[in-house]
Ligand binder design. Structure first.
Ligand code: SF4
Length: 284
């Protein structure tokens, strides 16, 4: 764990779910035997995105809502390096929702972790498309007029190959989910319900703790698509967590790329290094 340490001070609020997700991911990487120089962590903009400075590894901190395209590009350029993309519910289901559609249907070989605190925390608590409809937020004191986006139903409508849901207060379960996701063949979608004690006063740590249950320990079969969708969408009384759906039979986007098949090298290894110093003299 210490090899992932940086001395950049943590700026997350006390009690923020980011701490648990950050800790669980590092533990999962250590337990899988990855060193910091063997992985790429990509961060969207948001409170969680400051994790780019708090984790010693190859990290990339990009534009708002755009974490998926550059993470997918990195994964396809060098599939030997595990790529994990982190995004918030605001960026992932508003600014970047188009990228989400195509990442799931493309089945890029990478892991996506949704920091789902149901608001824009970094910009001081505005409603996102996943905020509950009647919930007062700083930008919408009477609640949002739009319906809340049913994110799990939406993801399942895209025929994903891996869907999991965790809770930022359950590190053991998150470690198990992350380890399984990192070994998935294609696009692993992981929704982590995250407490934001500063701005989300309804989906608090205690509220989440009292509503989540581990579907796998209750016998849920992750190979059953219809049942996985049903328990993912139905949050009326309880919220299912764990590995909800997993299908290792579908090839990833990279495996379907005919020009890459039979290749022993990656695109990164095939880049030709050309000395352009003579050419550049024309412009001096
Ligand atoms: Fe965490 Fe919310 Fe504070 Fe952001 S505003 S650091 S999400 S508690």
């Amino acid at each position: 764990m210490h090899s992932y340490y940086t001395d950049t001070p943590c700026t997350w609020c006390d009690g923020c779910g980011d701490y648990g997700i950050w800790t669980a991911m590092k533990r999962a990487l250590v337990e899988l035997g990855y060193h910091p120089w063997q992985i790429l962590l990509c961060y969207d903009v948001g409170c969680h995105g400051n994790g780019a400075d708090k984790t010693r590894a190859y990290t990339f901190h990009g534009l708002h809502g755009r974490v998926l395209p550059f993470a997918a590009g990195a994964s396809l350029a060098n599939p030997n390096v595990p790529v994990i993309a982190f995004g918030g519910d605001g960026a992932s289901f508003s600014e970047g929702v188009g990228h989400m559609v195509h990442s799931v249907r493309s089945n890029y070989p990478m892991t996506f972790v949704l920091h789902n605190n149901a608001n824009y925390g970094l910009t001081t608590g505005q409603a996102s498309s996943l905020t509950w409809q009647d919930q007062p937020m700083n930008s919408s004191p009477n609640g949002i007029p739009e319906r809340t986006l049913p994110s799990m139903d939406f993801i399942f409508s895209l025929e994903p190959t891996f869907v999991a849901r965790g809770f930022s207060g359950n590190i053991e379960q998150m470690v198990r989910i992350f380890k399984t996701a990192l070994q998935h063949r294609g696009f692993a979608y992981v929704d982590i319900l995250q407490a934001c004690p500063t701005y989300n006063h309804l989906a608090t740590h205690d509220w989440l703790l009292s509503h989540v249950y581990d579907a796998n320990s209750e016998g849920h079969d992750p190979s059953n698509f219809e049942e996985a969708r049903r328990i993912a969408v139905d949050t009326t009384d309880r919220i299912s967590t764990g590995i909800l759906y997993q299908n290792e039979d579908i090839p990833s986007f990279y495996e379907r790329l005919i020009p890459r098949q039979q290749r022993k090298t990656t695109a990164v290894e095939e880049v030709e290094r050309t000395d352009v110093s003579e050419l550049m003299k024309e412009f001096v």
